[in-house]
Write a protein that binds this ligand. Structure first.
Ligand SMILES: C[S@@+](CC[C@H](N)C(=O)[O-])C[C@H]1O[C@@H](n2cnc3c(N)ncnc32)[C@H](O)[C@@H]1O
Length: 265
């Protein structure tokens, strides 16, 4: 986003925001100088960040495609990010044009772009809310009018649980959604792994510490409990570049782990 254009109400251009930094790293235009400068500094320390972001985004595409082909017709995308084609509703509608999607993100810029993109579509809703308030989100009329929890739903926590430190808070948030999900529902989770090259991870941790992208890198066994109540589909919780890949990915020193679980009856 060119900084000379007027800035939408509620958007703070004085501090970098995770959604805008991620957008810039993915090659998007919906970011400001403060985000680009911060991202450039991070990428200098973490050269794997752009390929990992792209690999994560491709995982999201394949996971949604898999769910839609498995019969899922309604989705909740938590920690949506700034629209980056193909978005969840576009992928799902490649399988069924009637697919319904609720997007949730706490960053005001995501709402600005989603509202503009989706204003004419009554089967897609964008909600600005903090996932820490998952109980309130699940009670919202706009969510319950679009999502029928008596039917299977695809719930996506793609590259977002790392923003909640420690084991309890992400487990609590995922658990609140799990309680509402019917048998046959699917859950996708990805997040940066604490595995991979130790020197690269130590550098990344140091570069991110105290900033807007302070995150919790997690090990495989720390992410697995978030899938409690779900059976992981093949190939399990793996480097996202190895989750049902369609093309070769560049090799990186760090990895993002991701998987999809199915709730059995
Ligand atoms: C790295 S981006 C991931 C975007 C998208 N899910 C993807 O994987 O391509 C993380 C997103 O999570 C959002 N986010 C971070 N903390 C959040 C919170 N507490 N509640 C809601 N959204 C949050 C950020 O605003 C950002 O858009």
């Amino acid at each position: 986003m060119s900084d000379d254009h007027s800035v939408p109400v509620g958007i703070d251009t004085t501090v970098p925001h995770p959604a805008r930094v991620y957008d810039y790293v993915l090659g998007g235009k919906n970011n400001y100088a403060v985000d680009r400068e911060y991202a450039d500094r991070l990428v200098a320390q973490i050269p794997d960040y752009p390929p990992l972001a792209r690999a994560n985004r491709l995982f999201l595409s394949r996971a949604v495609d898999f769910m839609a082909r498995s019969g899922i017709r309604q989705f909740i995308d938590l920690g949506t990010g700034i629209p980056t084609p193909p978005n969840v509703h576009e992928i799902a509608r490649g399988i069924d044009p009637a697919a319904r999607v609720v997007y949730v993100d706490n960053d005001p810029i995501v709402s600005v772009h989603n509202d503009a993109l989706l204003a004419t579509d009554d089967r897609v809703v964008s909600i600005r809310a903090d996932l820490r308030d998952a109980g309130d989100i699940l009670a919202l009329a706009e969510l319950n009018e679009l999502i029928d929890f008596d039917e299977p739903v695809g719930v996506l926590f793609v590259s977002v649980l790392q923003f909640f430190p420690g084991p309890e808070e992400p487990a609590r948030i995922v658990g609140l959604f799990r309680e509402r999900m019917a048998a046959g529902s699917h859950l996708a989770i990805s997040q940066p792994s604490a595995e991979g090259d130790p020197e690269a991870i130590a550098r990344a941790r140091a570069a991110m510490a105290g900033g807007p992208l302070t995150i919790d890198f997690r090990r495989h066994e720390e992410i697995l409990p978030f899938f409690d109540g779900f059976d992981l589909v093949e190939p399990g919780l793996v480097d996202v570049t190895r989750w049902r890949p369609r093309m070769d990915a560049p090799s990186t020193r760090m990895i993002v782990l991701g998987g999809v679980g199915r709730m059995s009856a």
